[in-house]
Design a binder for this molecule. Structure first.
Ligand code: ATP
Ligand code: MG
Length: 293
């Protein structure tokens, strides 16, 4: 009986390992390869949530989430639709505050400080913790003005400094070569993939420490998706990135850690390879093998 059970377990592990290899070797995108353990820096977490719960009015969307996110790494949040990924992501820079009737309990720490403490200035917080949404959201302004927007709000007026920031951010977001001769043109004239990279550049303009990305490539074609993934891989040298994705190949390729959410609960978090090849919880295994969700 025991031998049969072991055999069954071994088969499942082999199937999951095969699936992981398929995830990271998808031919549709150039990919950057699996992030390795060596790329995960040690030390205090950049972000930590402790028994964090979230409520939309009386409806509880998140239950006691305990999660640590390491500095300068990529953490992927996966899970079925409606499980609370976006709610969790938005709670990390208090973006949910703008929805009336919402409430957070527990703690959300950035460098060990509670971001929901009464003395925290939300505008400064959102400068430190930038966000990129699923649907690109350029302002109906020129490419230059889109990037200069944040620094201008922060009080920067000197043209040469603004020019410097715009160039740096567009280069960091790997779009400079495509737009450098048309900075005065409307950002709305860019393609979807270019608009998304422009939004990443705009998020970088306030010098954030953390970038939250909610399905940043879900509306893009494979080539644009690959560019965004390459970009994320570059950016994690300097930024802490938390990304929500429904694309498990993407999670496998770009993240060091993966957190699986289900029905408002964190089911498990672990090294991405472990989550995809040897998950502890059955729910995680069912999800990644496509049995539900
Ligand atoms: N503004 C809102 N008001 C009330 N309930 C909301 C609001 N936004 C989300 N919810 C509810 O909170 C739960 C979590 O939603 P959330 O958008 O965080 O899920 P998700 O995991 O991001 O899903 P998806 O993969 O479809 O984007 C869902 O039950 C959703 O209906
Ligand atoms: Mg969502």
């Amino acid at each position: 009986m025991k031998i049969q059970g072991d055999l069954k377990q071994r088969k499942t592990v082999m199937a999951l390992e095969k699936r992981f290899t398929q995830f990271v070797e998808s031919p549709t995108v150039s990919g950057t390869g699996e992030a390795t353990d060596a790329t995960v820096p040690r030390g205090l977490p950049k972000i930590e949530t402790r028994t964090m719960s979230f409520f939309y009015g009386t409806k509880q969307a998140l239950h006691d989430i305990n999660l640590q996110i390491q500095d300068r790494s990529v953490t992927a949040l996966i899970g079925p639709s409606g499980c609370g990924k976006s709610t969790y992501l938005r709670s990390l820079n208090r973006m949910n505050d703008i929805i009336e009737g919402t409430r957070v309990t527990g703690e959300v720490l950035l460098d060990g400080e509670d971001i929901y403490a009464s003395e925290v200035d939300v505008v400064s917080l959102r400068k430190r913790v930038g966000m990129v949404f699923q649907k690109s959201t350029p302002f109906p302004k020129s490419i230059f003005d889109n990037i200069a927007f944040g620094p201008r709000i922060a009080g920067l007026t000197k043209k040469t400094e603004l020019q410097h920031i715009v160039e740096r951010c567009l280069k960091q977001a790997a779009i400079w070569n495509e737009v450098k001769d048309r900075l005065k043109e409307s950002a709305m004239a860019l393609s979807g993939g270019q608009q998304q990279r422009l939004c990443i550049a705009r998020a970088l303009a306030t010098n954030p420490e953390v970038l939250l990305m909610d399905e940043p490539a879900s509306a893009l074609d494979p080539a644009s998706t690959a560019r965004i993934e390459d970009l994320i891989f570059e950016l994690k040298q300097n930024y802490t990135i938390v990304i929500v994705t429904h694309n498990m190949q993407q999670a496998a390729r770009i993240s060091e850690k993966t957190a699986f959410f289900c029905m408002g609960r964190l089911v498990e978090i672990g090294r991405t390879k472990q989550i995809f090849t040897n998950p502890i919880q059955k729910e995680t295994e069912d999800y990644i093998t496509g049995r539900f969700g």
